[in-house]
Ligand binder design. Structure first.
Ligand code: MN
Length: 183
């Protein structure tokens, strides 16, 4: 379930967008993912393990599994009123990017410049380094096919369905507004 009401992120992300995004887009990915793995060994495989070997699966598992999982992280990353990073995370970000604002700039830039549909990410790499990047379509940094690899810590959905009703083609405005509702 969505951990807050559809209108909880107003005025930055509008209730109508949240309702359609969660109840139609996300639900469709979930249902299609469940159908794609039904009756296969993937039904009993942890999703992270499915992603680690996603190159062996077909497009239905890759696109819908990613679509389901990425949105779960995204909903969790959002909340009413931005809470700011913990001291530990803040220090780690400053160490890697120079400052928290510089990190925000890098993350926003990754979101604004992802061509077409996709996601921007802050990940912790297997070498314990904090890295910002983006993935196309419904790919994510846990997938073996992704050049960006690591554990997702923060993500933003930059598919047009995430912002078009309120922001139309102004993706940069949506990305800037996102910072007001980061959990
Ligand atoms: Mn989406």
């Amino acid at each position: 379930a969505l951990p807050y009401a559809y209108d909880a992120l107003e005025p930055y992300i509008d209730a109508r967008t949240m309702e359609i995004h969660y109840d139609r887009h996300h639900r469709a990915y979930f249902n299609n993912f469940v159908n794609a793995i039904k009756g296969t060994e993937l039904e009993n495989t942890p999703i992270e393990k499915i992603f680690a070997g996603i190159s062996k699966s077909g497009d239905a598992v890759r696109n819908n599994g990613g679509g389901y999982y990425n949105h779960v992280i995204f909903w969790d990353n959002l909340g009413k009123g931005s809470s700011g990073p913990s001291r530990e995370l803040s220090e780690a970000l400053a160490k890697e990017f120079g400052s928290f604002d510089k990190f925000k700039e890098a993350f926003s830039n990754a979101a604004k410049t992802r061509f077409g549909s996709g996601w921007a990410w802050l990940v912790m790499t297997p070498e314990k380094k904090l890295v910002v990047g983006s993935t196309p379509n419904q790919d994510n940094p846990l997938m073996d096919v992704s050049p960006l690899k690591g554990t997702p810590l923060l993500t933003i959905d930059v598919w047009e369905h995430a912002y078009y009703l309120k922001y139309q083609n102004r993706r940069p405005d949506y990305v800037e507004a996102f910072w007001n509702v980061v959990n």
